[in-house]
Design a protein around this ligand. Structure first.
Ligand code: ZN
Length: 389
């Protein structure tokens, strides 16, 4: 009897060790894979142009996962070695803190069970992150800070214009240097407390999105139930973010929230990962007319790499969405917003970005237009909107 009890105990211990050591990688492998494809053919002209670009991307959820981003992996979409292969320069890392069970683009209840909690437990995050969304954002920020400390030859954290200027200078001598920034995915990460805006700012957050998949204390989500605009709390939050020079991202926000934020803000808005509704009629995308209003106020619209945003996931379809965007809002207002590592299935990872440059050339865009969209618009936006120091 004793022997059986001991065997059972050993079995349970082995199972627990298995779940905690192999579980996180297993989960990510099922969430962040790339559509199987043969290598994309890329012209010599595209290769040369791509090597001369400064490339930036507004949205990757890589900090959510239990993966050492300083090492190359055969799963997930983003790590430093693959960013270097793709000639990536500036990457915004967005922190996911809550995701409703049964997540969809049409309607999600705020009360739905949260999927991130079990991920946080399996990955062995500190207990303080189990019940606090602010702590989850701060923990992911710490991972990015850690990366900058451990791999300072290849990765630098940017939170001010001074940092950005220093980064550009260092990159002249070290072309493989990657600059990373921090943003939230949904301001439920404030745990309903405006004081947490300052806490997140102090931890280096320079972009905040207002909603994710469900309505929150700030207002309605594009995929929520209410469709409401900014609440009084939301207005206070936006004002406080603007006062701190935090860039505001309206991806996932209801059209009413986008309109209210446009009216309230004297600074341009970002849509960090999206498609255009007129190009891809998906409930993930707000109307073209609202996108035009965002652009008219100096905003930037960053194109995602997955089917929910652009109705396909190939480099050719990314180029088509970009071309549509340029016709609608102008080349100065379109950027890249991959949503890499965001539980999407792109047709390529960050090491293969040259395939986009190839397709943009094929689609007839000029080299100056390609430079803007691939990263110069992002650089200019950061130069205009990051705090000075
Ligand atoms: Zn998102």
């Amino acid at each position: 009897m004793k022997k059986i009890a001991l065997l059972l105990l050993l079995l349970v211990v082995a199972l627990v060790i298995g779940v905690f050591s192999l579980g996180p990688a297993y989960v990510e492998r099922t969430m962040n894979w790339v559509s199987p494809h043969s290598p994309y053919s890329v012209s010599e002209r595209a290769k040369t142009l791509h090597a001369s670009l400064l490339i930036g991307d507004w949205h990757a959820d890589s900090a959510l996962w239990d993966r050492d981003l300083s090492k190359e992996h055969d799963y997930g979409h983003v790590d430093i070695p693959r960013m270097q292969q793709g000639n990536m320069a500036l990457q915004m890392f967005t922190t996911v803190t809550k995701s409703p069970a049964g997540q969809n683009y049409d309607s999600n209840k705020t009360s739905a069970r949260d999927n991130i909690t079990s991920l946080v437990v399996i990955q062995g995050w500190p207990i303080k992150t189990w019940n606090s969304l602010t702590e989850r954002a701060l923990f992911q920020a710490e991972k990015i800070h850690n990366l900058a400390r451990r791999d300072d030859k290849n990765f630098m954290f940017i939170q001010s214009q001074t940092d950005l200027a220093g980064f550009l200078e260092r990159r002249l001598l070290n072309p493989g240097l990657i600059g990373g920034l921090l943003g939230t995915e949904g301001s439920h990460a404030l745990d309903g407390n405006l004081d947490n805006i300052q806490r997140l700012y102090d931890s280096g957050f320079r972009m905040m999105s207002l909603q994710h998949f469900f309505d929150n204390k700030l207002g309605g989500s594009l995929h929520g139930v209410s469709g409401l605009g900014l609440s009084e709390f939301g207005r206070q939050a936006v004002k406080q973010m603007l006062a701190l020079d935090i860039m505001i991202d309206v991806s996932h926000s209801s059209e009413n929230v986008v309109r209210d934020t446009l009216a309230l803000s004297d600074q341009p808005l970002l849509v960090s990962h999206t498609g255009f509704h007129g190009h891809c009629e998906s409930p993930r995308n707000i109307s073209d007319s609202l996108m035009q209003e965002i652009a008219q106020e100096g905003g930037l619209i960053a194109i995602g790499f997955w089917d929910g945003a652009i109705c396909d996931n190939t480099p050719k379809s990314v180029a088509a969405a970009i071309q549509y965007g340029i016709q609608l809002v102008g080349a100065g207002h379109v950027a890249l917003g991959s949503d890499f590592d965001g539980s999407i299935t792109p047709g390529f990872d960050t090491s293969e970005l040259v395939a986009i440059t190839h397709e943009l050339l094929e689609s007839g865009l000029t080299e100056p237009q390609i430079r803007l969209v691939m990263g110069e618009n992002m650089l200019r936006f950061l130069q205009d909107n990051l705090p000075q120091t």
